[in-house]
Design a protein around this ligand. Structure first.
Ligand code: G
Ligand code: G
Ligand code: MN
Ligand code: NA
Length: 255
């Protein structure tokens, strides 16, 4: 209850900020995208991890205004990078959206308003949803379809760990599969474990979807994923979530 009360002031007191984790093109090593990840710097307790406060924000409904702030901040940052660096800027900004936000029928209008306000072209935005978020109700799928219709990409986060992975690919417009770290860990494990990562890239290729391998921690995993046909990857091996200025240093270095 204490946390919920303090969290409700965090937005207005400017205690939240975003970090950005690079998504890397395996063949070239180029940063082709970033995923925005929210952080709460509590005035007394220091950094509170999202795994602690996102569930609280979901329960209280605070995730709705907080999610809009996250979306606006990420889109503003992406628009600024596009303007400043052009083709050298990461092509895509990925934003996590929780189940609770998808239950708001007005959410697609919020996305449209944020794109208009920030001037970000929808082709530069990806919204990450989980399988579980869209599994619950038909309404969430309609909401996702409306966002997709704006020209925004839809990514299925933690792919393979939820409830209805494969059926969902038929009913919900999806552009990107984010392959869960548990399967990425398997590529340097047994033949059976590797077979899952292989099957997922085959599904992605057959359906014309992009696949991003998540949680890549070693060079051996990165090489193996590339050999299996993966093109995009994210993880501590390449970069942890970074401050915007650190991303800018990387862009300038690569230019
Ligand atoms: O860095 P990591 O500790 O950032 O994130 C932990 C969890 O919190 C992940 O499941 C991630 O998807 C979620 N998360 C991080 N940032 C956001 C955000 O901006 N919105 C939502 N809904 N979830 C987030
Ligand atoms: O659920 P989602 O995929 O949005 O969560 C992203 C989370 O994964 C964040 O907490 C982020 O900090 C974390 N993360 C990113 N790369 C790695 C990695 O290589 N290893 C581990 N253990 N976590 C990672
Ligand atoms: Mn994510
Ligand atoms: Na994920």
């Amino acid at each position: 209850a204490q946390l919920a009360a303090e969290l409700s002031h965090a937005l207005e007191r400017d205690e939240l900020h975003l970090m950005y984790q690079p998504v890397v093109d395996l063949p070239t090593g180029r940063i082709v995208g970033v995923e925005a990840l929210v952080r709460w710097e509590h005035p007394r307790d220091g950094m509170v991890p999202p795994l602690h406060f996102i569930p609280v924000a979901e329960r209280t409904g605070l995730i709705v205004p907080m999610g809009t702030w996250i979306l606006r901040t990420a889109c503003r940052q992406a628009a600024e990078w596009q303007e400043r660096y052009g083709d050298a800027a990461p092509d895509r900004m990925s934003v996590n959206v929780s189940a609770r936000q998808l239950l708001e029928p007005t959410f697609p209008q919020t996305v449209a308003a944020v794109l208009a306000e920030t001037g970000l072209d929808p082709s530069h935005l990806t919204v990450e949803i989980t399988e579980t978020a869209v599994f619950g109700g038909g309404r969430a799928v309609e909401t996702v379809a409306a966002i997709h219709a704006l020209g925004v990409s839809i990514a299925l986060d933690d792919f393979g760990t939820g409830h209805s992975s494969l059926g969902l690919l038929r009913t919900c417009p999806v552009d990107v599969l984010k392959v869960d770290k548990s399967f990425v860990d398997g590529v340097t494990g047994t033949v059976e474990q590797e077979a899952i990562a292989t099957s997922i890239i085959e599904i992605a290729q057959a359906l014309g979807l992009r696949a991003i391998a998540e949680g890549v921690e070693t060079g051996a995993q990165a090489e193996r994923l590339h050999t299996l046909g993966y093109r995009l990857a994210q993880g501590f091996h390449f970069a942890k979530p970074l401050r915007s200025t650190e991303i800018e240093n990387l862009i300038t270095l690569a230019e």
